[in-house]
Design a protein around this ligand. Structure first.
Ligand code: MN
Length: 469
């Protein structure tokens, strides 16, 4: 899978008369910081760009596939930012937003209230009809649920047919899914559960569906098998948590995914990860950010356009000697930069045996000097990697240790272990067993043999497993 070739929004052709146009965005992560530096200004400018593009391409629906917020408890400023953005988008076309793994159901439910989404109330009165035209411009799907509770929307389109949107917000592993009790066995695997829910949603989405006039989109915040997390790496999610998209009903004209931040085609080009809208951490440095425009025409292949997003500051990690920083200032502009300062190189006037002074004349600290060399950039951190000739190990006095790790652990545990066990002892741990468990694990890791822990079943039950993308 190669990187997508993005267009500017004015290169996207006008919507063909018979097509239904969907605008797809994802993974905004409102509230995210880079090394404590807030991104509000970047979010404000890229959201303005998204709204401009939406006005330009005139979609029939706008779909946001999750991680609207970076945290389950967004700051009020970000909550307000989301409300304003959704309302502005809702003026252009109906909007559906799904909860991602970073969003909490409660924050998203509250957001739905704030933007006037009436569906949860209709569903609780048992009067929501997923096959009737949606009564709302903004639908916030705050948790995975059934069509009767708002997982399926029916929208009118400029082409005349209907657009059906089936949405599956992020499905947390090991979380009780009361709405799906009928179809999910208690011991179903994650992949099985996703598959059964997808089948159930498709069943609802294609009731009273006219394939000669209507089109449908499946939207989800989901790990899709074989998707890439960065340019080189394939994601190695255990098959337990990756969903094979080939089984997603072929009647859907477009599959809209959120979760993975690098935009990419998935499922034989049936859909996209729209990706994040800013480089939100250094792992995304250099990635192109984008939206997706999909034109769905009944009975014809879908046309997909990748539309570049260029607003917001880029992020960079640079390594250079101090003397080489100032010349990079113009290129870095106002971007966010982490600077690693290396020692001055030979040929810059320094010889191998010179004593390199770490003082930079005129500045008290290296950080102050770096800020002065890059006056416009937002320097988020400065790492001092000078003094390469000093062998750090020579300077550190290593105390001689005569006890084995096991003896050390037992010594420490004798002193502090009882209090620790008392504090966490909801599960009846025996202090002697904790000490012997350490020995077993230590022995296994030092001999590279498999660890067989008698309590592994109990431990597995205690550990949740939510990804961090
Ligand atoms: Mn995300």
């Amino acid at each position: 899978m190669n990187s997508l070739r993005t267009l500017s929004s004015d290169a996207v052709p006008a919507r063909p008369e018979t097509a239904v146009r969907v605008l797809h965005t994802s993974d905004w992560h409102l509230g995210v910081t880079v090394r404590d530096e807030p991104r509000e200004v970047d979010h404000d400018s890229v959201i303005a760009e998204i709204i401009e593009i939406a006005v330009a391409v005139q979609p029939d629906a706008i779909i946001h596939t999750g991680d609207l917020f970076n945290s389950g408890r967004p700051a009020m400023a970000d909550f307000g930012r989301a409300i304003r953005a959704l309302r502005e988008l809702g003026e252009i076309a109906p909007v559906a937003v799904l909860a991602g793994n970073h969003d909490s159901a409660i924050a998203m439910e509250t957001l739905g209230v704030a933007v006037g989404d009436p569906v949860p109330e209709l569903a609780s009165e048992n009067s929501y009809d997923p096959l009737a035209f949606s009564p709302t411009r903004i639908r916030v799907m705050h948790r995975p649920t059934t069509a009767a509770h708002g997982a399926v929307l029916t929208l009118s389109t400029q082409a005349g047919g209907r657009l059906r949107v089936a949405g599956l917000p992020f499905l947390h592993a090991n979380r009780v899914l009361g709405d799906f009790d009928d179809i999910l066995a208690a011991n179903a695997t994650y992949a099985d559960s996703v598959r059964k829910i997808c089948d159930l949603l498709a069943k609802s989405a294609f009731v009273d569906f006219d394939t000669s006039a209507d089109v449908a989109v499946f939207a989800s915040h989901l790990h899709v098998s074989s998707a890439r997390t960065s340019t080189e790496k394939e994601i190695h999610v255990s098959s337990e948590y990756a969903t094979d998209p080939t089984h997603i009903d072929s009647v859907y004209g477009y599959l809209a995914f959120g979760h993975i931040h690098i935009a990419q085609a998935v499922a034989d080009n049936r859909g996209r990860y729209a990706g994040s809208i800013l480089e939100i951490d250094f792992g995304e440095e250099g990635e192109t950010k984008q939206l997706v425009v999909a034109d769905l025409t009944p009975g014809r292949p879908t046309k997909i356009y990748d539309v570049a997003l260029t607003a917001g500051r880029r992020i960079h990690r640079i390594r250079a000697p101090y003397s080489a920083l100032a010349e990079r200032a113009a290129v870095l502009g106002h971007d966010l930069v982490e600077v690693t300062v290396e020692h001055e190189r030979k040929g810059d006037g320094f010889e191998e045996n010179d004593t390199v002074s770490l003082e930079i004349p005129g500045y008290d600290t290296l950080t102050a000097a770096v800020h002065a060399a890059l006056p416009d950039a937002c320097v988020v951190s400065v790492v001092d990697a000078r003094r390469p000739d000093v062998n750090v190990a020579d300077e550190v006095e290593v105390p001689e240790i005569t006890e084995t790790p096991t003896q050390l652990f037992r010594g420490w545990f004798a002193e502090h272990g009882q209090a620790l066990v008392d504090r966490h002892n909801a599960h009846g741990a025996d202090p002697e067993r904790v000490a012997s468990l350490f020995e077993e694990i230590h022995a296994a890791t030092t001999t590279e043999s498999d660890v067989e822990i008698a309590e592994s079943g109990i431990i597995a039950a205690l550990i949740g497993d939510e990804g961090d993308t």
